[in-house]
Design a protein around this ligand. Structure first.
Ligand SMILES: Cc1cc2nc3c(=O)[nH]c(=O)nc-3n(C[C@H](O)[C@H](O)[C@H](O)COP(=O)(O)O)c2cc1C
Length: 382
């Protein structure tokens, strides 16, 4: 273990175990992962995140029964690019037998570094069927599911979960024990309760307690938006890796920025959203947006070739414009013309519309910057 990792992980570190498990290259730095996000973490977002420093990425959540029924609508979610780095297939379901069988099918594709069980999604459509966050209340079921999956696959097996259903019912210690007993290799913990959804305080004290009791690596998640947040999570909890979700949308640079912020081993400055005196080069934003859109098009082309999906799902230009709007708005966040683009998002129906909106936003920002020469532009992104 290198000095920085030791500094950042006061409890006994299992970072090396994660490297071995997922075959991650040893860069000597702390591990940052891209969290699973339905509707976002497809191959293009994963590839960009990986290129900018995410050591491991997760697919969108994928239904076990859909995989077993060979539903094209489900399988296309698991499409990967050959050059996107190690990816974890993130599955949801509630039955041990179907999840085990689905995991075996996923393993047989040879595309994934690990298989993960979703035990934390609070969306009603998912919990109503006993999946996602419904499992947080039922550690025995988690144990049965993971044990069945363990018997079915050789790949590393992980679980992503929460602290418990609500603050009066902490279940994570039972979930940890169940996961370890069933043979899970690592546990990713979103440090919030199901009742909190994706908002409210992240309980670093509980995360620290889980880490101190765990025999398997713990991946910490929740509220990490900048180097200082990651530093606190590593420092105060001793987790073996930090997982980032929302802050990576439209911001693949976050991984390298955090890694740079942690490189000295000293406490990075607290994040100040109002500062904004050092700005990313506009050319870099434009190029990354273009690379992201090109990757989305390549993925759609591949899906069109391989799967029999309804026309409206795979009509490239329209589909791209629709799915890309949420990314677009986040890429442009904080730039001068961005609120104008945000107000017109529903009018962007084609790639050409998106390009025109981007150009106009970047022009406004360029004009603003040239009128305010004290604003520095970052040359190389960080
Ligand atoms: C749009 C969106 C989709 C998400 N989808 C999933 C999912 O499919 N599976 C899952 O385990 N968590 C999902 N999450 C939760 C995130 O992985 C993460 O646990 C949560 O956002 C907290 O991390 P953050 O504070 O870095 O955003 C989703 C979150 C968002 C915002």
């Amino acid at each position: 273990m290198d000095i920085l990792t030791q500094l950042l992980t006061p409890n006994s570190s299992l970072t090396n175990t994660l490297h071995t498990l997922f075959h991650l290259p040893d860069t000597g730095g702390p591990l940052l992962f891209l969290a699973p996000m339905a509707g976002f973490t497809n191959a293009p977002m994963r590839r960009l995140s990986s290129a900018h420093g995410a050591a491991l990425t997760y697919t969108e959540m994928t239904n076990d029964v859909g995989l077993l029924h060979d539903s094209d609508k489900t399988w296309h979610v698991l499409e990967t690019f050959e050059d996107e780095g190690p990816v974890v297939a993130h599955l949801y379901g509630s039955e041990p037998a179907t999840l085990a069988e689905a995991a075996a099918k996923v393993e047989a594709t040879g595309r994934f570094a690990a298989i993960d069980l979703n035990a934390g999604c609070p969306v009603h459509k998912i919990t109503a069927n006993g999946a996602g966050a419904a499992l947080v209340k039922d550690p025995q079921r988690i144990r049965d599911i993971l044990a069945a999956m363990r018997r079915a696959v050789r790949l590393p097996l992980t679980i992503k979960t929460r602290l418990g259903p609500h603050p009066d019912k902490v279940m994570i210690f039972e979930i940890l024990a169940a996961s370890e007993a069933a043979g899970a290799d690592a546990l990713a913990l979103h440090g919030r309760f199901t009742s909190q959804g994706h908002g409210g305080a992240v309980q670093l004290d509980l995360l620290a307690e889980v880490k101190s009791r765990a025999r398997i690596p713990i991946i910490g998640n929740g509220g990490v938006c900048a180097a200082h947040d990651a530093w606190r999570m590593f420092r105060e909890t001793g987790v073996d890796a930090v997982m980032i979700a929302r802050a990576a949308i439209g911001n693949p640079w976050i991984f390298e920025e955090i890694l740079a912020g942690l490189a000295s081993g000293e406490e990075p400055p607290a994040h100040d959203r109002t500062r904004g005196d050092t700005r990313r080069a506009l050319s870099e934003i434009r190029e990354t947006l273009e690379a992201h859109m090109a990757a989305e098009l390549a993925l759609l082309r591949r899906i069109r070739e391989r799967y029999a999906l309804p026309r409206h799902v795979i009509d490239a230009d329209e589909a791209l414009a629709t799915t890309f709007r949420c990314h677009l708005f986040r890429y442009l966040h904080g730039l001068k013309g961005s609120s104008h683009v945000r107000g017109r998002l529903h009018e962007l129906h084609t790639l050409a519309d998106i390009r025109a909106a981007v150009a106009s936003c970047l022009e406004r920002e360029a004009a603003y910057r040239s009128a305010a020469p004290w604003l520095q532009e970052r040359e190389q992104g960080i």
